[in-house]
Structure formats: C-alpha cells, structure tokens
Design a protein around this ligand. Structure first.
Ligand SMILES: Nc1ncnc2c1ncn2[C@@H]1O[C@H](COP(=O)(O)OP(=O)(O)OP(=O)(O)O)[C@@H](O)[C@H]1O
Ligand SMILES: [Mg+2]
Length: 575
C-alpha cells in the first residue's frame, strides 16, 4: 500500500528527488573522506613533526567540512519541501475524495476516522518521506562507502565488520519485528479516542442533563489508557534500540583497539589508520542504525498508507453520469422508489410514487422513523435509490449533471447546519452574488428579520460553528432563508416548521406562498395544520405510501391520516 501511494503522489517530484540523492551523495562522500585525511595528518604530520603538512591538510579538512555542511543543508531543504509538498497533495486528494462521498461512504468510515486519516495518517507518511530523503538515502552510501574506506585502511582489521554488522542487525531486526503490530493498534486507538472525544464534546449538554460525567469520564479514560498502553509498548521496544547500538559500538571499538594495538606494535599498521578505522566503524554502525530506524518507520507509515489508500480508493456511490442529459420538462416525479440502507434487512422506502408540478406543494406526514428524511435525501442524491427512479425536470437524477441537479434544489435539512462565520456568510452559501437586499428579503420571508435586526451587528453578526450561538428555531429560520437565497426550482423542507410556534408557522407559509408559485415544494411536517392546504398530502407508514391526496380526500379514505388528525385534535382539546 505504501509503494503505490508513494508512486502515485511522488511522480511529479522526480527532479527534487534526483537532486536530494545527488546532494546526499556529495555530502556523504565528504564525510567519508575526512577520517582518511585525519589519518594522514597523524601519520605524516604529527608523527614526523611536519607542521606545514598539518596546516595544509588541516585547511583541506576545513574546506571539505564546509562543503559537507553546505550540501547537507541544501539536501535537507529540498527534502523538507518535497515531503511537505507530498503531504499537501495527499491531504488535498483525500479532501476532494471525501467531499465527493455520499452520506453512505461517510457513514462507512465515520467522520472521526476520516479526520484522523486526513491529518495524523498523512503526517506519518509525510514524516517517512522526509526521513527517507534525509536518512535513508544517506545510509547505504555511508555503509558501502564506510566499508570500502575501512578496507583501504586495513584489510585484516576490517574482518571485524563480519561480526559487527550481524551483531547489530539481528537484535534490532527482532525489536522492529515486535514493534510492527503495535503501530496498527496505535493508529486504531487514535481513531477511537477521536470518536469518543468528538461524541462527548458534541453531546456535552446531554451528558450534563443526565449527570453522566463520571461514566463518560471513565469511558474516555479507558480508551485513553488503551492508547497509552499501546504507545508505551512500542516505546519500550524503541528504548531497547539505542542501548543495543551503543553496546555493539563500544564492544567493537574495544575489539578494534585491542587488535589494532597488536598490529601497530608489530609494525603492520600505523596509528593514524587505527584512528581512521575507528571513525569508519562508528560511521558504518550509525548508517546501519539509521537504516533500522527507518525500518521502524516503514511499517507504521505502511499502516497509515493503507488507511489513506482505503479512502482514496473508495468510489462514491453517487457518481456523475458519463453523458449528462438536459432537462426535458419541469417538476418532480418519484416512480416506484425503494431504498435500503446498506446492511439493513427491511427497506426504508418501498414503492413510493408521486408527481409534483411546478407551483404545487406536496406535504409528507408520517410517524417518526417512517422514512420522511430518507425520502427527501434521495431527491438531491445524498444517496441513490435502490429501486425505481427519481425524475427532476423529466430526467432521472442519475443522468443529470450533479451540479445542475444541486443548483435546482433548495434543501432545508431536519438538523440545519450553519457554518462558523456571519449571518451574511451563511446566507451567501447559497449564492455568493446575493446582495444585502436579497438577504434581507429572504430573512423577511423566513420570519427571521426581527432577531437578526436585534443582533448587535445585523447581517455581520457572528455565527459560531454549527450555529451553536442561535436558538434551534432561529437556526431553522436562517436555514430556510439560506434555501430562499438560492431561488431554487425545488424546495425541500424537512420538518422545518416544527420549532416555530403556530402563529409564526402560519405567517411564514403565507409569506412563502408568492415565492413558490412556480416551483415545486415538498414539505415534511408533523402538524396537520401546517399541511392541510397542500395540493397533495403523502402519508408514509414504515416507508410505504398509505395515502396520497388532498386533506379532504384523505379524511375520507385514509385510516392512518384520520388517526393522525384525531390524535392532534385530542391534543389541542387537552391544551
Ligand atoms: N444512516 C442510516 N443507516 C441505517 N438506517 C437508517 C439511517 N438513517 C435512518 N435509518 C433508518 O431509516 C428509517 C427512516 O428514517 P428517517 O430519518 O427517514 O425517518 P423520518 O421519517 O425522517 O423520522 P423523523 O420524523 O423522526 O425525522 C428509520 O427507521 C431509521 O432507523
Ligand atoms: Mg426525519
């Protein structure tokens, strides 16, 4: 999973990657060259008392060091740009994919997991790219170069490497192998912590109202402890790495000095060579350590890449058609519409049919859970019908250009959502070009003028995320105004009048009437008084249409409708 992700997103960075490799090569070569010059200074300068040799070669070392620093900085600069660019591209790819998702795919992953994937998971892979450019590229050059240089200093002593390298690789390999499963656990637990936290913050009022703080605190503590435990297990293993490296390094240095001392005493080797050999030994061990360090990052990044790919490779079930069909008529028609939520046994909608001409109003009534919201959802393709078809302006919605379809529809959802910003910015969501007068007109119809005027800055009054700083009824009216600003061809109101008192409800509908004269209006409502004047009323029961007609028709023929009316009359009588 990691490789395809890297391949698909690093393709456009070929040049910077080549530059990084070249820079790292020069940089590492400089590093490898220094111990050899150092050895020559010791052997030819210090031991022979040649001050001039020390000065010239010292200056050479300084120049090489300077070069090495410049190239190292340059390489890191390119690497950072490359890795951050990669992260930005993947995040943007994920974001575009997620915004194309229908409600179904979002439900499948869950928003907290999607957020973790877009932020934390991308960051892990981005980190891997950065570390690869800075460490992984240099490590093999350093290791191979180090061995070559060590051999040049003293072949006999280099035999030591045959023992040192496996002594390092085997224990570290074992540690890495044990760490891999922990990383998947960590990423999954981060998801869980996000989910619990999000649920609790969103539902804080409910938590308070039911005095569930201790239980919720415990629930959070549990998932938090699980995340900590998994991270600690990985941390404990990681803690072993450095001591292992240090033990191998020190033991092998002692061995090199011990063996080297004999060879110097017997005149087979010079002091400078031994010192250079020790430096190469350190460089080789460091290179192996860097490579194994990367080996830890790769599995974690692979887990993250898999989670990222999963999102990138999930096609939206609501796809744009290959060839779009232009509208042929006007109005809204549902033909034998059926809908199943994935995995659910029973259909939520079953054989629902109706036609609404422009200028007409269809009201939908039915008990909770009868499928009213689902019915409205299939019209703008929040999810696609599983049977039958929805026709907007005479064309199946699956054959219309989605932009055209959405542009035709003004939806006021049951749970209206406002974005952080101002009243005006929320209303202009529907139409960025709308003038202040347009906005006031929409607010006037939605019966929202009074409270917007009462706000300190009118249209520019701030709205917090989700619309938390306005009341439920105010939020509903702002959502209605937002749909009105769009001037759509089809209005879908999902229970949008429920938070309004009867008088405001009546005024709103009266003000709305002239604006819906040649558009299709579908109103989902609970109160018979809200819908009794509608041209058609659809009575839903468990997803089936059990009645369709005017108020008077239904009063004669539809037992379910009669029951609803009777129960509401009884309530009014009690009141
Ligand atoms: N995302 C979902 N996944 C699975 N089942 C769902 C989902 N959303 C709704 N349902 C089921 O579909 C049925 C109809 O839900 P819907 O929201 O359409 O009802 P409704 O008529 O709008 O109810 P209300 O009057 O309470 O708003 C319910 O029984 C519910 O359990
Ligand atoms: Mg509903």
């Amino acid at each position: 999973m990691l490789i395809p992700l890297l391949r698909s997103h690093l393709g456009r960075y070929r040049k910077p990657i080549a530059a990084v490799i070249a820079l790292q090569f020069v940089q590492t070569m400089c590093t490898l060259f220094l111990p050899t010059i150092n050895a020559e200074i010791i052997d030819n300068g210090i031991l022979k008392g040649n001050t001039h040799y020390i000065w010239t070669h010292g200056a050479l070392m300084l120049a090489i060091t300077f070069l090495q620093v410049v190239f190292a900085v340059w390489a890191v600069y390119y690497s950072a740009r490359l890795a951050m660019g990669f992260g930005r591209d993947v995040r943007s790819g994920l974001f575009h994919r997620v915004t194309s998702f229908s409600a179904q795919e979002v439900n499948h992953f869950g928003s907290p997991s999607l957020i973790t994937r877009i932020t934390n998971d991308v960051q892990q892979v981005q980190m891997l790219v950065l570390m690869s450019c800075t460490l992984l590229v240099a490590a093999p050059i350093m290791a191979v170069g180090g061995v070559t240089m060590a051999l040049r200093q003293d072949i006999a002593l280099s035999g030591l490497l045959i023992f040192v390298i496996p002594a390092l690789v085997i224990p570290i390999g074992f540690v890495v192998y044990r760490m891999v499963p922990q990383f998947r656990t960590i990423q999954d637990r981060i998801d869980v912590v996000n989910r619990v936290l999000r649920e609790q913050i969103t539902g804080i009022r409910v938590v308070r109202a039911f005095i569930r703080e201790p239980e919720e605190a415990k629930r959070f503590e549990d998932v938090n402890t699980e995340l900590t435990a998994a991270s600690l297990r990985a941390g404990h293993l990681m803690a072993l790495m450095f001591p292992i490296v240090m033990v191998v390094l020190n033991v092998s240095s002692v061995a090199a000095i011990w063996m080297g001392a004999d060879r110097i005493a017997s005149g087979d080797m010079q002091i400078g060579s031994l010192i250079a050999f020790l430096t190469y030994l350190t460089q080789i061990i460091m290179a192996v350590m860097m490579a194994t360090f990367m080996a830890i990052m790769i599995p974690r990044a692979a887990v993250c890449a898999e989670r990222i790919k999963e999102v990138l490779d999930t096609p939206s079930t609501v796809v744009a058609p290959d060839t779009v069909v232009a509208p042929t008529g006007r109005g809204l028609e549902l033909r034998h519409v059926g809908f199943h939520y994935p995995g659910a046994a029973a259909p939520v909608l079953d054989d629902v049919s109706f036609t609404v001409e422009p200028g007409q109003t269809l009201a939908v009534i039915g008990s909770t859970g009868s499928g009213k919201t689902t019915l409205l959802g299939v019209i703008p393709r929040l999810f696609d019908v599983t049977a039958g078809s929805v026709l907007v302006d005479g064309v199946d919605v699956r054959e219309l250009d989605p932009e055209v379809l959405w542009g035709r529809i003004g939806l006021v959802p049951q749970k209206p959502y406002l974005f952080s910003g101002t009243v005006a910015s929320n209303l202009r969501y529907a139409d960025p070009e709308a003038t202040d007068d347009d906005l006031w007109e929409a607010l006037e119809i939605a019966q929202a003028t009074d409270f917007v005027r009462a706000m300190p800055e009118g249209l520019d009054s701030p709205i917090t995320q989700g619309g938390a700083n306005v009341s439920g009824g105010q939020r509903q009216r702002l959502a209605i105004a937002r749909a009105l600003v769009r001037k759509p061809g089809i209005f879908l109101f999902d229970d949008s009048f429920s938070a309004l008192d009867l008088a405001t409800d009546a005024r709103l509908r009266a003000a709305l009437a002239p604006h819906t004269r040649d558009v299709v209006t579908v109103i989902v409502a609970q109160r018979v008084s809200t819908i009794s004047t509608a041209h058609q009323i659809l009575v839903l029961e468990d997803g089936k249409a059990v009645g369709l007609g005017t108020h008077e028709d239904l009063l004669e023929h539809c037992p379910t409708y009669i029951e609803i009316v009777a129960s509401q009359h009884a309530e009014e009588a009690v009141a």
